[in-house]
Ligand binder design. Structure first.
Ligand code: MRU
Length: 360
């Protein structure tokens, strides 16, 4: 794909331009990343976000470090800083480690900058291929559900944003939805607004609008009621990290949706590419690191006022405390299956190991 993806691209000077996700859906603007430090700020401030794209910008951040300075000590130091810029999405560590391995094992006569650029592009291209495969496996599941229920349309519920702003170039959870549109399936998506940062209301709704996909934004508390009323056929979310035993870390609030889905006998799928798996962590509920972000993301809300100006407003008494866990863990037992580029996989250690370690 030559380093050009929907959410970011390498420009003619070899710098990385990204869509500023903090401004969507109100303002469509890009930010130019010229250094590893720029990539770190973009990840920390969530100018880019979503596990896959965080990993891609992590890889490109290592390439930008090489572009700045080819001293290996500098590259290793910057890679460490990039690796630590957000803690939960393991795609970041996965991608940075692939980059470093390639750089540190390169022959002395190799053009390091070319190598780093090609390696980063390869990671992004392979993610794009993975998301396309996920789109097909996931959409086949939609087909099976419609057949079983003898329906000609399907209602899907999703949480956060797991579209092409989060994984190149189709997404993870949204990938099967895009495929459904291509196959002419009558699909409707319930979009959890996803407080506190509203990735559903701001980003998923924006993506679906761009593709003319029928959707309804719902407050985060609404899903359970919809499920009880038979208005949801399937839930599908992405993930930031899946442990060896199949526990799923995803945006805060995912766990509650999985509980409601279980209670109402509604299938709950998690769509992930390989880079989201963490075989080092055996018990995700216990050991997946969960990011805690600023209280202000809970206390303030951003939106467009009636004069067309983006504003931030305080929602709580100024002195109230707030807590802002970025993610929660959905235990494997609540997940119907993982939808991956290798196919559909049960969430138990044996099945995950077989699909990803024995099936290389
Ligand atoms: O904090 P964010 O916006 O980076 O969180 C993103 C999510 O939780 C997504 O659902 C997740 O990354 C899966 S899609 C790649």
């Amino acid at each position: 794909m030559n380093g050009k993806y929907k959410a970011f691209w390498i420009d003619d000077d070899g710098f990385v331009e990204v869509i500023d996700q903090t401004k969507l859906p109100f303002i469509e603007e890009t930010v130019l990343l010229k250094s590893a430090d720029d990539a770190i700020v973009a990840i920390k401030d969530m100018i880019v976000r979503g596990a896959g794209v965080i990993g891609n910008i992590g890889a490109l951040g290592v390439y930008l470090a090489v572009k700045e300075n080819q001293d290996l000590k500098y590259i290793v130091e910057k890679s460490k800083e990039i690796r630590e810029s957000r803690p939960t999405a393991v795609n970041l560590m996965w991608a940075v480690d692939i980059m470093l391995e390639g750089i540190l094992n390169a022959n002395a006569d190799v053009n390091l900058l070319e190598l780093a650029k090609n390696e980063a592009i390869k990671i992004c291209d392979e993610d794009a291929e993975r998301s396309l495969l996920i789109s097909k496996y996931g959409c086949d599941i939609f087909g099976d559900i419609m057949k079983k229920k003898n329906k000609t349309s399907i209602n899907v519920l999703t949480h956060c944003n797991a579209g092409w702003l989060a994984i190149v170039d189709e997404g993870s959870a949204l990938a099967p939805i895009y495929e459904a549109k291509r196959r002419g399936i009558d699909i409707h998506v319930y979009v959890d607004e996803t407080r506190p940062r509203n990735q559903g209301a701001n980003l998923t709704a924006w993506e679906l609008t761009q593709s003319d996909i029928n959707h309804t934004v719902i407050p985060d508390n609404t899903g359970g009621y919809l499920m009880q009323q038979g208005l949801v056929d399937v839930c599908i979310v992405g993930a930031d990290r899946v442990s060896a035993n199949g526990d799923v870390a995803n945006k805060i609030g995912t766990y509650l949706k999985a509980l409601a889905a279980k209670d109402n006998d509604i299938p709950f799928y998690v769509a992930i590419p390989e880079g989201t798996l963490d075989f080092e962590i055996k018990d995700g509920v216990r050991d997946i690191p969960i990011e805690t972000r600023s209280e202000d993301e809970v206390k303030y809300i951003k939106g467009l006022n009636k004069q067309g100006v983006v504003e931030e407003l305080l929602l709580t008494p100024l002195t109230s405390k707030a807590v802002n866990y970025g993610f929660d863990i959905t235990p494997a037992r609540l997940v119907t299956a993982l939808i991956t580029e290798k196919g559909v996989c049960k969430t138990d250690e044996n099945s995950i190991y077989k699909m990803f370690k024995e099936n290389k």
